[in-house]
Ligand binder design. Structure first.
Ligand code: SME
Length: 163
């Protein structure tokens, strides 16, 4: 059974490097998307400080539908292009929102969320697998180190998904 080693890093780049290594081990040899998404969300939720929700949204119909996550129950469906998740899905660019109250189209799922990062998950052929969304109760929780670290983590998830 996989057992996550305690994360010892105090600086973000090292923390994300350790986490990416753990994600690689956790997902290795498994291609089931739901299984990998669920374990990935659990790994990150318990490893990163100051987050209150993390999980996936996948394309469904015209918009997105919630996938495996950790945290309080979330909005089930997000219409095309709406919210931070929709912006990430449409632009194919990671969205870092330091203050969700200052993002006009932010969709509140958990009133405790104050900042958010959403990474688009784009397949090699350019199609969208989904988005990875992480929320924090702290203002400006996510910076450029989180953007780079979270994108590297998501690359591990995509590597497993492409097997
Ligand atoms: N805040 C997101 C919606 C998803 S929840 O945070 C889980 C958004 O604006 O897209």
């Amino acid at each position: 059974m996989f057992e996550a080693a305690p994360i010892t890093a105090t600086d973000k780049p090292t923390l994300y490097a350790e986490l990416a290594q753990q994600a690689r081990g956790l997902l290795h040899g498994e291609t089931n998307l739901v299984a990998n998404a669920a374990n990935f969300a659990a790994l990150v939720y318990h490893a990163l400080p100051d987050i209150n929700w993390c999980g996936f949204y996948f394309p469904d119909g015209d918009g997105l539908v919630v996938g495996p996550f950790q945290g309080k129950p979330a909005c089930v469906r997000i219409a095309h292009g709406r919210g931070v998740c929709g912006a990430a899905a449409v632009s194919r660019q990671t969205q870092v929102v330091p203050d969700v109250y200052a993002f006009p189209d932010h969709i509140f799922c958990d009133g405790a969320s104050r900042s958010e990062i959403v990474v688009p998950l784009v397949r090699a052929d350019g199609s969208l697998l989904g988005v990875w969304d992480v929320d924090s109760p702290n203002l400006a929780r996510f910076d450029d180190d989180d953007r780079a670290g979270m994108e590297a983590l998501c690359a591990e998830f995509m590597r497993a998904a492409a097997q």
